[in-house]
Design a protein. Sequence first.
Length: 60
Amino acid sequence: MSKKEELKKQLVLARVEIRDVKSGLAKRDQDLSNEVSDGWTEVWLKKVKDLRAALKRFQE
């Protein structure tokens, strides 16, 4: 294999590796974003529950 062919092969492998890393980072970012939105949903549901309970006590 000539030096040029070897470099081409390394370049292709590097591009594949970069693509894999990028897709891995994108997946991780999506997972983090889902965790954050799930966490915020839980926080807001708790706040709504607390407010409903306070309103109920106030109305009694």
